[in-house]
Design a binder for this molecule. Sequence first.
Ligand code: ATP
Ligand code: MG
Length: 406
Amino acid sequence: MAPSSDGPTPVVEPGPSQEVEEPTVAALRQRVRQQEILAALGVTALHGASFDELLDSTARMAAQGLRADFSKVLEYIPSENRFLVRAGIGWSPGVVGVATVGADLASPAGYALRTGKPVISNHLENEERFRTPEILRQHGVHRAMNVILQGDGRPFGVLEVDSRSDDEFLEQDIAFLQGAANLLGMAIERDRHERSLRAALDRQQVLLGEMNHRVKNSLMIVSSMLRLQASEVGDETLNRHLGEAAQRVMAIGKVHEQLSHGADVQRMDIGRYIEAVCRDLDASVPHCAIRCEVQPGIEVASDRAVSTALIVNELVANAAKHASDSTGSDAEIVVRLSAGDDDALVISVRDAGEGLPADFDIARPKGLGMRIVTAFVSQLGGMLAVQARAPGTEFVITVPRKAPRP
Ligand SMILES: Nc1ncnc2c1ncn2[C@@H]1O[C@H](COP(=O)(O)OP(=O)(O)OP(=O)(O)O)[C@@H](O)[C@H]1O
Ligand SMILES: [Mg+2]
């Protein structure tokens, strides 16, 4: 930022070189060069260079623009009241990433940080306002310029260029260095925002996962209590009804188990969910083997997935209940799920039993199971077909993957 009447007044040691002179062609070229470097740095910052790359580029370009031997990005460490040399050019090994310098008001960098004013010191050896940091002495630095690295919040630190040569840094150079520092400051701020957003997102994911886990556990408890109650009543019909109710609750609970694994709560892999529901059913009907063949990677909205799973649950329960008696202990029920035409989902439940009774009418369901099936198929905007097989029965449901537009 160019020093202006309302900007911070630079702290420049007095001397003949600071008197206003007509700019020479060489000086004008130098300003143009600095503008080009700032533009290049802006492009690097906008193109999403990594944070460390950006620190390095700023240090390198700042040194280039001021024809300086050294530059450094100093990160302020409040707990130590010191600066860490976070990036830099020209320093001997063991300085960048390791060395620290004091951040008190008596150091040029500390002064720039605390006051926000740019500092130029062209004759460090004669400097009375500030002490010369040891690291500059060791590297034979004669002159230094510091500007604050400010973001929206607390300052990150200071950008400094140093040189061994007897030339001088001018007040006009401050505009270039502050420009570079401002670009870096914006990138630092963006990096801070991104980090806090990522942290918030991670926290939200953990919470969601935890919530789904708890809902699943609660539903499992409800399901277990229903089963327990079923075993207590001593009435076979009631016992069976409670057992079926427990299985339905379990199928809904499974959705929360699936959701607690995934990153998205709105959508889920329907195949994996149906597989999990079938595993449970398999365990609850020991006289049947349930084979599940699903096409993986078909994503549907979670609420549609729950309705679909409840349909499968009823059809498999029916197959286990009404079709397995005739086929004996190794009765097999096959559940298939695949993507159909027009973004539809095709699910088939097939058994090898005796087939449907003569009075079975798909349009007039009598039992609760088929009423659940037809209600959910219509809610999903799908179709239900039933086919007699030899042997057995196959129910085929075709549902659109996405909800029809209202
Ligand atoms: N896979 C099948 N094989 C043979 N018959 C079946 C099959 N599926 C359903 N049925 C017949 O259709 C009828 C209606 O099934 P539905 O699921 O509506 O009732 P349910 O199973 O008898 O009782 P519930 O209300 O407990 O489900 C059954 O009673 C049965 O006779
Ligand atoms: Mg039934």
